[in-house]
Ligand binder design. Structure first.
Ligand code: PLP
Length: 406
């Protein structure tokens, strides 16, 4: 009789956003402690409201969303997605678009299709663990390239180059980035696509935060820069339209036709296994992509995301031994702590002890495949007042920690 109920590959999969520190926070809450949860990017839990455009689309389309739809997604939704990506100079057909139950469903599908035992996938460090975990689930190996804090958290192109081997199959880009909030400039993306072309690597580009960019900076879609390699672009409505729970994401496939068609054949098999993605969620896509104003209201000066980011950075900079690169997009920052000064040898210990001392849940850097025990991520979704207090609590905690560890 088989004495195991979990396959070996699951040992590599890590879920820190809902891991042991999260479980402790849940225990504390169950005992009546009011824990501030800065662990997930779930805007609706912090008072962000679903736009009226989405509410209207939902009610108007409910009757047409009852049946299974095409396994790739509803036609009107794919037409709207195609128009959106064309605006960003990405040349895809409606047939090259797959709608899924969030980007989270599509990333494993893309990797299962593309890679196999013995393949290597270049993944950023720090990174959003969905990507690393999906590489493990495909029985391939993640190889981490460094994003350089001293250079605005941009990927270190020379590090990427050094890590390319004959086994390398693909490179993952998360732009704008989670957990750093960095936005990559065109010239950097051009260098990375040139490398991919030189070594015939596929590019997997997660662009779910592309509409949440501050200061009217341009978001360049990687797929607009090359037609010589396969580019799979991920996007969705969870963040820009505050509907994480509806599970609406999509991927577009571009590049040389023969590679595109082969990849699509694989993905189609996987999509057919789940028949179709949630149709009610999909029916919001045309209205959402036509509604830019509700997203812009969050990121413009005076908007919540903009002001909460400024307040967070301002408060963090008041703490000795903590430094931060301000985010240009999304709602995350990934501050650094002077680990010698605060005697931090294990960032999980630090996050757990801060949670117990101040009732604030943060995810340490190791949860984002960052190996140095000296960073943590803040989700800047609570109201400004709450964020300021949480960061002052961090400053007080660190001061107490320094005193007790002298
Ligand atoms: N990709 C990145 C970079 C994310 O930060 C997240 C969620 O936080 C996702 C994908 C998941 O998005 P979805 O809600 O579409 O599954």
């Amino acid at each position: 009789m088989n004495s195991h109920s979990m396959a070996k590959r699951m040992e590599s999969v890590h879920s820190d956003i809902r891991g042991p520190i999260y479980e402790e926070a849940m225990r504390m809450r169950a005992q009546g402690t009011d824990v501030l949860r800065l662990n997930t990017g779930n805007p609706a839990t912090f008072g962000f409201k679903m736009p009226d455009s989405i509410r209207k689309a939902l009610f108007e389309s409910a009757d047409n969303a009852v049946a299974y739809c095409d396994l790739k997604g509803m036609e009107a939704a794919r037409a709207a997605i195609r128009a959106y990506h064309r605006e960003k100079n990405v040349n895809v057909r409606e047939d090259d678009i797959f709608i899924g139950n969030g980007v989270s469903e599509l990333v494993p599908m893309a990797l299962e299709t593309l890679v196999y035992i013995g393949d290597e996938v270049l993944v950023p460090s720090p990174s959003y663990s969905l990507w690393t975990n999906s590489v493990f689930l495909s029985d391939a190996s993640p190889v981490f390239y460094t994003c350089d804090e001293k250079n605005a958290w941009f990927p270190d192109v020379e590090d990427i180059r050094r890590k390319i081997t004959p086994k390398t199959k693909a490179i993952v880009l998360i732009n704008p980035n989670n957990p750093t909030g960095a936005l990559y400039p065109r010239e950097l993306l051009e260098k990375i696509t040139a490398l991919a072309e030189e070594h015939s690597l596929a590019i997997l580009s997660d662009e779910i935060y592309d509409r949440l960019v501050f200061d009217k900076k341009e978001h360049v879609s990687t797929a607009s820069l090359t037609d010589k390699v396969l580019v799979v672009t991920m996007n969705g409505l969870s963040k820009s339209h505050v509907i994480c729970g509806f599970r609406v994401g999509w991927m577009t496939v571009s590049g040389p036709r023969s590679l595109v068609e082969e990849f699509k054949d694989g993905v189609t098999k996987l999509c057919s296994m789940r028949l179709c993605a949630n149709t009610l969620g999909q029916s919001c896509i045309p209205a959402a992509l036509a509604d830019r104003t509700s997203t812009e209201a969050m990121i413009a000066p005076g908007g919540r995301l903009y002001e909460q980011s400024r307040a967070t950075v301002e408060e963090l900079r008041k703490i000795d031994g903590v430094s931060v690169v301000p985010n240009s997009a999304a709602f995350y920052v990934f501050p650094k702590i002077d680990k010698k000064r605060y005697k931090i040898e294990n960032d999980n210990e630090f996050a757990l002890s801060f949670l117990k001392a101040k009732n604030v849940l943060i995810i340490p850097g190791s949860g984002f495949d960052w190996p140095h025990n000296d960073h943590f991520r803040i989700v800047m979704l609570p109201e400004e007042k709450t964020l300021r207090k949480a960061i002052r609590d961090l400053g007080n905690y660190l001061a107490e920690r320094e005193r007790t560890h002298l």
